[in-house]
Design a protein around this ligand. Structure first.
Ligand code: AMP
Length: 212
């Protein structure tokens, strides 16, 4: 029997890859979600829903997995899509923000004509971890005079406290992970109440067998 795709169904499509890209990191691999169009669509709908009425004019998506989520979210909001990229990738005039990593610094760039002082911006990425990337992204958007309305993430690693770093910002995240010993068969995931479903397209259906 067909049924609604739940947040827990979406969580089952996230693969934990221990010790990638380096020892001690548990990588949250979203590629299994991308393989299931019904669950992927539902995830995009749920990430979009809280900002449906927020008059978003630009969706800024962060390289590289943020692009995969940002593109359908921008279409859903009828907003322009802005890729925010690692240095050296964007061809035209661009602004840059640098931010600290555990060792050294990293940087993000954005085309200067992509966002103006009139824009209302939603920032999209796959994972909120320590919050360094998201904080830097917001800083770069604000250098253009635009309003950062909020952030939407597929995954929040609650134990890394990125949300605290983004104090005062509007943050939505679909899947919340608390620290635990990771096992592939029992991913450690807690989910908060999903965002309001009002205004969503007809609810996606999935065959129970497809998600078990
Ligand atoms: P942070 O700046 O610490 O919040 O890290 C967020 C960025 O790093 C995002 O662009 C994520 O794609 C990536 N990231 C951080 N931790 C993970 C993780 N455990 N699994 C997958 N991606 C991650």
């Amino acid at each position: 029997m067909a049924r609604t795709v739940t947040v827990q169904d979406i969580a089952r499509h996230i693969r934990d890859v221990p010790d990638f890209p380096k020892p001690g990191i548990v990588f949250k691999d979203i590629t299994p979600l991308l393989l299931d169009p019904t669950a992927f669509r539902r995830a995009v709908e749920l990430m979009t829903a809280p900002f449906r009425d927020a008059r978003i004019s630009r969706v800024v998506s962060i390289e590289s997995r943020g692009f995969l989520l940002g593109a359908p979210i921008a279409l859903g909001l009828k907003a322009g899509l802005v890729p925010m990229r690692k240095p050296g990738k964007l061809p035209a005039e661009r602004g840059r923000v640098e931010y600290a990593l555990e060792y050294g610094t990293d940087a993000l760039e954005m085309h200067t004509d992509a966002v103006t002082g009139e824009d209302r911006v939603l920032i999209v990425d796959d994972v909120l971890a320590t919050g360094g990337t998201a904080t830097a992204a917001a800083r770069l958007v604000r250098t253009r005079g635009a309003a950062v309305v909020g952030f939407t993430f597929l995954i929040e690693l609650d134990f890394l406290k990125g949300r605290a770093r983004l104090q005062g910002e509007r943050i939505e995240a679909l899947l919340h992970y608390t620290y635990c010993k990771v096992s592939a068969s029992r991913p450690c995931c807690t989910t908060r109440k999903p965002p309001t479903l009002q205004g969503l397209a007809p609810v996606a259906q999935v065959d129970r067998a497809a998600v078990s």
